[in-house]
Structure formats: C-alpha cells, structure tokens
Design a protein around this ligand. Structure first.
Ligand code: NAI
Length: 267
C-alpha cells in the first residue's frame, strides 16, 4: 500500500487516477477546490501553501508519489490558466519534493498536454518568464494577447514550461539523485469537463473541433489514468524526464518529421 497525492482529484483525469489507485489498495490524498482531503486554490500563493502543508500533514511527511493533474484550459482567462497550470503545479512539485525524497523510491507524473507541440507560435519570452518563476511577468505578457487567444497561448505556454521544468529537474541530484523519478504525460483530447468548456465556446470550440485525431476522437479519462498508474509503477522506474504522448496521433499527424528535434546540448 502506497500513499499518493493527486491534485485535481475531484474531476476528470485526476478523479480517474484517484479511483484507479484506490481500487489497487493505495491511499490517495486529493487536492482540489472542493470534494478533496485538502481543499485549496492552486491559483493563489496562500492556496498553494495550504495545499502543500495540508498534504504534508496527511502523509506525515513521507510520500510514495504525486500526480499533478489540477488544471484549467481555454477559454478560461489566460492569467488564471498560467497561475493554476504552471505555478500551481510547480509549487506542489517543489513543496512536496522533500516528502517524496523521504520515501527513497517515489514516482511523480506531471499531467502536461500535446498543446505543447501543436500550439503555433508560443512566445519564448513567456516560456522564460514561467521558468524564471516570474508570475507577474508571465501574466503581463499573456495580457498583451487578445481574448480568447490569451487563454490558448497561456495554456500551451504553461504546459510547455512545466514540461521543460520537469525535464530539467528530473535529472538533478534533488530528484533522481534522491530516488524520485519525475515524468510527464502529454494527453490529447480527453472527454472531461475541461474539454467540454472549450468545445462550448464560440471561438475556441471550432478550433478544437478542427484538430485531427487519427484514432477517431477524444479518449476517456480512465484510459489516461491507466497510463499514469503505469508511470507510477516499478516497471516505469527507468523512465526519467520522459514526456509520454498519449494523444490519438494528433502530434504525429501534424508534425511527423519533428522527431528527433536534433542534438542540442544543455547550456
Ligand atoms: P477537469 O476539469 O475534469 O479536472 C480538473 C480539476 O482541477 C477539477 O477538479 C478542478 O476543480 C481542479 N482545479 C481547477 N482549478 C483549480 C485550482 N485553482 N485549485 C485546485 N484545483 C483546481 O479537467 P481534466 O481534463 O481532467 O484536466 C486534468 C489535467 O489534464 C489538466 O492539467 C489538463 O490541462 C490536462 N489535460 C486535459 C486534456 C483534456 O482534453 N481534457 C488534454 C490534455 C491535458
């Protein structure tokens, strides 16, 4: 029996991950705006602190794993997307890292998105502001983009930046050097309230509908949860900083030759 924190545990992918883990006999500490062990708003500095301290109290400062699934997406205003999807996730990753290290064998899955590769023209300065941890600069840059494209840019940018943050952290002494494997799943369209919110919008909806999905359409959150639970299992321990696309083929269809990206050593 292992103990996991799952953010976004009240709905969609987080809720499915929660029930899959519980069905296997594990203990889940959920973080969400409602219906969770730790009720906290990850869009605010205070809420993030409450989420971390509440989780640490529940797990007695030792955790076997973490799944950061809380998120909002287009057409939610871009500033809120940035605060939840990047800064909310990063605060959990950083704040819960010592508890993960305490177990010596922890595994972490960040829920990213194929929006990282299929959103055109994500601005470099926005990604840099995210990675620098500069929330007000990121929000300032997003505010320059007209609605609802601010939301689309914020979403792709936040997911790209958190994925890059995870890849950098994963290989460091603080993470894999402390026995914590950190990987990212990048789903495509998944049938959840987040997807419905986009589809119902007059501008975002048609854009989402125009995204080709070679397998035939969105998948369901239970299927993504199965992947996440595999990524938390012993069989996945050799993965470190991996980004696993499970997107029905959209990324491969749109950018078939963008792999490999070419050799680019770290600065
Ligand atoms: P969902 O809307 O079903 O669930 C998201 C959960 O996050 C909700 O329970 C919500 O209350 C919680 N949440 C939102 N804002 C919060 C805040 N400020 N503080 C705490 N909790 C908050 O959405 P879904 O689709 O399950 O999304 C889960 C993750 O999967 C998100 O990170 C999303 O970006 C990602 N994703 C979803 C895709 C999709 O097509 N549904 C595709 C790719 C990635």
């Amino acid at each position: 029996m292992a103990t996991y924190v799952v953010s976004g545990s009240a709905s969609g992918i987080g809720a499915s991950t929660r029930s899959t883990l519980e069905a296997a006999g594990h203990v889940v500490i959920g973080i969400d705006l409602h219906d969770a062990e730790v009720v906290a708003d990850l869009s605010t500095v205070e809420g993030r602190a409450r989420a971390v301290s509440g989780s640490l109290d529940f797990c007695h400062r030792t955790l076997d794993g973490l799944v950061t699934a809380a998120g909002v997406g287009p057409p939610v205003p871009g500033a809120l997307v940035a605060s939840v999807d990047y800064f909310g996730s990063r605060s959990l990753l950083e704040g819960l890292r010592p508890a993960l290290a305490a177990s010596r064998h922890a595994q972490v899955v960040q829920v990213g998105s194929n929006s990282t590769t299929i959103t055109p023209d994500l601005p470099d300065d926005l990604i840099e502001a995210f990675l620098a941890g500069d929330e007000s600069r990121a929000i300032e840059l997003i505010a320059e983009v007209p609605e609802p494209f601010d939301s689309i840019i914020a979403y792709g940018g936040a997911k790209l930046a958190i994925t890059r943050w995870c890849r950098r952290a994963a290989v460091s002494p603080e993470w894999i050097g402390s026995g914590i494997s950190l990987n990212v799943i990048a789903p495509g369209a998944v049938q959840t309230p987040l997807l419905d919110g986009g589809r119902e919008h007059g501008v975002v909806g048609p854009l989402m509908e125009s995204l080709p999905i070679p397998t035939g359409g969105p998948t369901n959150p239970d299927l993504i949860a199965e992947w996440i639970v595999f990524m938390l299992s012993p069989a996945a321990r050799f993965a470190c900083g991996s980004v696993v696309f499970v997107d029905g083929g959209s990324d491969a269809l749109i950018r078939p030759d963008a792999w490999p990206d070419g050799f680019q050593a770290r600065d």
